[in-house]
Design a protein around this ligand. Structure first.
Ligand code: ADP
Ligand code: MG
Length: 751
């Protein structure tokens, strides 16, 4: 047994634990759990809790009781004067876990609360003051961003980040890490032509007019297509700078029409396009496609084109996580991503063994000739289990696959429940019942994650029967980018020493196999004629497994590469945000007006009083910083369009991008005093100080850009044509401080 765990238990038995050392707090917490929840924490849970409070990523299998582990680490930090955010996978879990664990916190004298999407902003302020807050990373991130649009410190609500515990850490810190949270406000909206009008004119674009790059999921016009575009839209050169917006609209419209699929990539609900999250398989409310694609999609379905205003601020989840001086996380699947946790977040992984030996049988991947054969095998596997009344959970790739499979099963008389974006709310209830006799549950990847599946129903009353037929059978219908997804699904079965089984299906023509070149890897072993049953050729099986590793390492490289482009923006955001906060806090006062023109400044002070002018000046500067940052975001988005980068071919694109951002930031900073001066001139022309209006957003919108990586992927593709060597990258950055410099250097230093 771990020495510290041993010591904690000794303290528990001796009853002598009134102090505030980690061991004493853990012992007190142990007692509080026994008293309030009437369960006894396992040694493994204490071990995991210790790792959490040391800032590690804890791998602990599904159903082993991670929710409780977080409480120990949270109490320990809170009782030493800190505040803690437990960042949950979704709103349902934030609420559930907070309510579930509240008695323990109460007993420990630690205040706790939860915030979900529908918690009003006025209440949030109060809840954030509590020592421990359960909330999703997205909600927390949005609150952080929204403060950037506040003009009074009293109205700001996000506290100084301190310690965050990420539940389902791999999902947030890896899979969703690059997703930027965005806030937009309806100030100075720049309408530059209607996407609907463009959509109405793309009828004549057909296959030969564009190319779709499978890998980057980007559309490029061919020469033919470019000629057509120039004719239809009367443009002299579609690639010229002034037509950038138009070109983006055209490609977005073609993409919406030919590439994006309803029910796979998005659903149409209440007259809106709602994206489907690739990883969770659920509708991501409020999430939109990047750039023009959202509007193009709206045009495709004849919906009202939504105005989202101007972007005020954005932060990718991984950078949001890095705002916390201390983070830790827990998940059922961390082992295969250890390197990434360490590299991106400096976190070590602790692997906690299961309390009871795992009895689940995991079968190796079964590969079929094509999707049709695979489907037959999946249906058979379900049927076989259903006939024995054995519960089955099928994990599919998309909503449309879930639905077509359900339909097929219904036809042969198999009742099943479908878990997907369309019945979001019942999800938790359905998944909790997935272990009942005869239950067939079909779900997209991680729907219902975090909810326990008990054998024999929620109260386990029928457990003996379900055990007698082999426990829960998990069926995975395809290989995904990361093996973690399959591993997560497998973990649904065989919890806490239960029996269970998992089967994993794939087809030679699955997208992942084709995209990563299985055929080439297999050479002459690749089957050319249809056959029944699963592949037995060892080479094919081995290469198929290799595909999984290839796709994982591609995804990893892509994330590293992406970071080379996003890091600088985060640095600049931080600089702008903290300057703005300091102004509103009164920590720092602007003297730009006085410097710009002492005469005008005197005049303003005489007219409106010195104090009033000083207060206004700070506010005006804060508003200007908002404008400044929005301009910066516009500019960098423009840079990322990729097309422009053909001009810097031969040089390192990431470095060039960073230099361009830095130059822009510097020159924009230099223009601030001048811009402030113009405002002073406006002010002295006013009769009353109230007549001077600061432009502030009246409405805020929040959304997630689903995949910023798309924008960046275009670049190397364009550049590789010209440049032989993209890999020799050196740091272009010299202004970073301390730890972050090391991080940045490492990032650029690596291939
Ligand atoms: P995880 O997040 O690791 O998947 P949960 O925290 O959801 O697991 O807990 C799974 C189940 O285990 C819950 O029903 C919980 O009540 C139960 N559980 C957790 N810890 C204990 C314990 N020490 N003794 C008995 N039951 C426990
Ligand atoms: Mg959990």
């Amino acid at each position: 047994m771990n020495k510290t765990v041993e010591k904690i238990k000794q303290l528990v038995f001796s009853g002598d634990f009134s102090g505030n050392t980690k061991e004493e707090i853990f012992a007190r917490c142990y007692k509080a759990v026994e008293k309030t929840l009437e369960i006894t924490p396992f040694d493994q849970q204490l071990e995991a809790a210790l790792a959490l409070s040391e800032g590690k990523i804890v791998q602990m299998q599904t159903g082993e009781g991670k929710t409780l582990c977080a409480v120990f680490a949270a109490c320990c930090h809170a009782l030493n004067g800190g505040n803690v955010h437990v960042l949950t996978f979704n709103d349902y879990l934030a609420k559930r876990d907070c309510e579930w664990m509240k008695p323990v916190y109460d007993e420990m004298g630690v205040s706790v609360g939860c915030i979900t999407e529908d918690t009003p902003r006025e209440q949030r302020r109060e809840i954030y003051l509590r020592q421990v807050v359960y909330i999703t990373a997205k909600e927390a991130g949005f609150d952080y961003l929204k403060d950037f649009a506040c003009f009074e410190t009293e109205k700001m609500c996000f506290p100084k980040p301190d310690f965050a515990i990420f539940d389902e850490a791999d999902s947030i810190l890896i899979d969703e890490a690059r997703i930027p949270l965005v806030i937009a406000g309806d100030v100075a909206v720049r309408e530059n032509g209607s996407t609907a009008a463009v959509y109405g004119k793309i009828d004549c674009f057909s296959e030969g007019d564009y190319e779709f790059d499978e890998e980057s999921r980007n559309i490029y016009l061919t020469d033919n297509g470019a000629d057509k575009a120039e004719m239809i839209f009367s443009a002299d050169n579609i690639y010229s700078e002034k037509n950038t917006g138009l070109l983006a609209k055209i490609t977005a419209c073609i993409k919406a029409r030919d590439i994006l699929q309803e029910d796979k990539d998005y659903i149409v609900k209440d007259g809106k396009i709602v994206l489907i999250d690739e990883f969770t398989g659920r509708a991501a409310a409020g999430r939109v496609f990047p750039g023009e694609v959202q509007s193009a999609c709206e045009a495709k379905h004849g919906l009202k084109i939504t105005s989202r205003g101007r972007i005020i601020g954005s932060i990718a989840l991984q950078y949001f996580a890095r705002l916390y001086p201390k983070i830790s996380g827990m998940t059922g699947t961390a082992e295969t991503s250890q390197e990434e946790f360490e590299k991106f977040y400096g976190m070590l992984t602790a692997i906690i063994p299961t309390r009871l030996p795992c009895k689940r049988i995991d079968h190796p991947v079964e590969i079929y000739f094509n999707g049709e054969e695979k489907r037959k095998a999946v249906v058979n596997a379900v049927k076989e289990a259903y006939e024995k009344k054995r519960p089955v959970l099928v994990g599919t790739e998309s909503i449309s696959e879930s639905e077509s499979l359900a339909e097929e099963l219904m036809k042969i008389g198999i009742e099943c429940k479908v878990l997907n974006a369309k019945n979001n709310f019942e999800e938790a209830g359905i998944i909790a019942k997935a272990g009942e006799r005869g239950a067939v549950t079909i779900s997209t990847n991680m729907a219902g994650r975090g909810v326990d599946i008990k054998l024999g129903g929620e109260d386990s009353s029928d457990k003996d029967f379900v055990v007698s037929v082999g426990g829960l059978l998990v069926i995975i219908t395809s290989m995904r980018e990361s093996s973690r997804i399959a591993q997560q699904l497998r973990g649904r079965a065989g919890r806490q020493g239960d029996v269970g089984e998992s089967r994993f299906f794939a087809a030679l023509d699955d997208e992942i196999m084709v995209k990563n070149g299985l055929k080439k890897l297999c050479g002459r072993h690749y089957p050319t004629e249809a056959f029944e049953g699963a592949v037995t050729d060892k080479t094919v099986l081995r290469e198929a497994e290799r595909i999984q590793r290839i796709s994982e390492s591609n995804a990893f490289d892509e994330r590293v590469n992406l970071m080379k482009y996003t890091f600088i923006g985060e640095k600049h955001r931080e600089m702008t945000f903290s300057k703005r906060n300091a102004l509103l806090d009164g920590e720092y006062n602007s003297d730009m007006w006085q410097k710009y023109s002492p005469e005008l400044y005197e005049k303003a002070c005489e007219k409106f009083s010195k104090e009033a002018v000083a207060k206004l000046e700070n506010e005006v500067l804060a508003a200007l910083l908002n404008e400044f940052h929005s301009d910066y975001l516009d500019y960098t988005a423009y840079l990322r369009e990729g097309i422009h980068l053909t001009q810097i071919a031969g040089r390192n694109p990431a470095e060039e991008y960073n230099i361009a951002c830095e130059e822009y930031y510097e020159s924009a900073t230099k223009s601030v005093p001048e811009r402030m001066g113009e405002k002073l001139e406006e002010l002295v022309r006013c009769d009353k100080i109230e007549d001077y209006k600061i432009e502030k957003p009246t409405n805020l919108y929040t959304y997630l850009l689903n995949d910023m990586a798309e924008e960046f992927k275009a670049k190397p593709i364009l550049l590789n044509v010209f440049s032989e060597d993209d890999d020799e990258e050196s740091s272009s950055d010299t202004e970073q401080d301390g730890e972050k410099q090391g991080f940045f250097k490492k990032l650029f230093g690596k291939k």
